[in-house]
Write a protein that binds this ligand. Structure first.
Ligand code: GRG
Length: 412
């Protein structure tokens, strides 16, 4: 137990150092099948069903920064649209066979939708890059082009979320997980076989929506992201001792597993809004760096968070033999830690020893610093977007930057 207390103490100290460091750092057409997925209520009601878990998750554990008047809450900004996306997702994942239907909808039910980090980023990016956000073209006349374009951009959020949840379902089977998002994981509740099939089903529904966008470049980006998820997972489960101790290998795997999906989705938004290649690359860079920062903090939280705050087991990575950035940095300070890891983290005594080294090291602090560096790069990408005076565009860009702060200050 003292090891955990040491790590928690060090983590708190590292967090406040890091916060000081960070704050001083500069930082076409509607798919034909679409109506079938649309719930009638979404257009009638001003949905505002935001999971409390979702917004709480991104609150800083430390003192809140003082917001200027023009600062924005990213989640409130897209709350209504997130509800539209959530409702549409619920209708998209309905399957013919009852057992498959209940498996596929499992993580789309209200209250277990997770942080909805990806759709939030994608919707904000859509406004940050697209001036014509469903504004009436003239009084009383809705601009149909803007509305249709916006629905296509929302489809990217839906596709991304379906792929994300599919990957979680498969991941939980591979890890033999028992909890996810604070409830029993699907494999635990309904079994491995139906979990794998539900993941496949979600992927197929994502493909149908993707095909309906009729944009081969976007299809290619999203397909690449799916390939990366599989590649990253395979890299993680089949690494050699040498690769397990390599920061480069870890970062490559992290890009594949966490950052590729959000970065390629952001780039897809840029392509669908007709941006130049340069701007599309900036959107991609934002997603990539935000995704890397997100995962680096996830890796820190795996050591410093509690099971209830994480919605899954604490220390789950190291107990599964997965070596992440905090341990890799600790290894640089204490090279003898490498042989502890090589002896095998399936032995709880080696896990305890590794945690002891981590507690003595600056591994947590250095990981937070690396996350801050990527968050800063993400902010810089937004700052390089072409100038635009539109109020909505400006507000969404500020929200995307605000998200980079929240990602590195989050406690769950
Ligand atoms: C079926 C597409 C597909 C892939 C199969 C298993 C596998 C290959 C890939 C695993 C990918 C994976 C689970 C990456 C981890 C990404 C990650 C950071 C998940 C947690 O994201 P959060 O915290 O989760 O945003 P919530 O629950 O909030 O949505």
């Amino acid at each position: 137990m003292s090891i955990y207390r040491t790590i928690n103490r060090i983590s708190r100290a590292a967090t406040s150092n890091y916060q000081r460091l960070y704050w001083s750092t500069p930082v076409q057409q509607l798919p034909p099948h679409y109506s079938r997925f649309r719930s009638s209520s979404e257009q009638v009601l001003g949905w505002r069903v935001i999971s409390p878990w979702f917004s709480r998750s991104f609150r800083s554990g430390g003192p809140q920064p003082q917001y200027e008047e023009d600062q924005v809450d990213p989640f409130s900004l897209v709350a209504d649209e997130l509800s539209i996306v959530a409702n549409r997702l619920r209708s998209m994942v309905v399957a013919e066979v009852p057992k498959l239907a209940s498996a596929a909808e499992y993580f789309f039910k209200m209250g277990v939708e997770g942080k909805r980090f990806r759709p939030t980023v994608i919707l904000l990016m859509a406004t940050a890059l697209n001036v014509q956000i469903s504004k009436p073209a003239s009084e009383g006349v809705v601009d149909m082009f803007s509305t249709e374009l916006r629905t296509r951009l929302q489809a990217i959020a839906e596709i991304t979320e379906m792929i994300h949840v599919a990957s979680l379902l498969h991941d939980d089977v591979l890890d033999d997980a028992d909890t996810r998002r604070g409830i029993g994981s699907l494999n635990f509740v309904m079994g491995n076989k139906i979990s794998v099939l539900a993941g496949d089903f979600l992927l197929s529904r994502a493909c149908i929506t993707l095909a309906s966008l009729k944009n081969t470049e976007v299809v290619s980006l999203i397909a690449t992201a799916v390939e990366h998820l599989v590649t990253g997972e395979t890299m993680q489960m089949s690494s050699s001792a040498e690769q397990r101790s390599s920061m480069d290998y870890y970062l490559q795997k992290t890009y594949y597993k966490t950052a590729s999906l959000i970065s390629n989705s952001c780039k897809s938004i840029a392509l669908l809004t007709g941006q130049t290649t340069e701007v599309a690359m900036l959107a991609y860079e934002y997603g990539k760096n935000l995704g890397l920062a997100f995962q680096l903090i996830d890796d820190v939280l795996d050591f410093t968070g509690t099971s209830s705050s994480l919605g899954k087991g604490a220390l789950s990575d190291i107990r599964h033999g997965i070596v992440t950035a905090p341990i890799l940095y600790a290894m640089e300070e204490f090279p003898e830690l490498r042989s502890v890891v090589d002896r095998g983290l399936d032995d709880p005594a080696n896990v305890d020893l590794a945690l002891e080294y981590l507690g003595k090291s600056h591994g947590i602090q250095r990981t937070r610093e690396l996350a801050a560096k990527h968050a800063s790069l993400a902010s810089a990408a937004i700052d390089s977007f072409p100038e635009n005076d539109d109020e909505d565009v400006q507000r969404s860009r500020r929200a995307l930057i605000e998200l980079t702060h929240r990602v590195i200050n989050r406690t769950k």
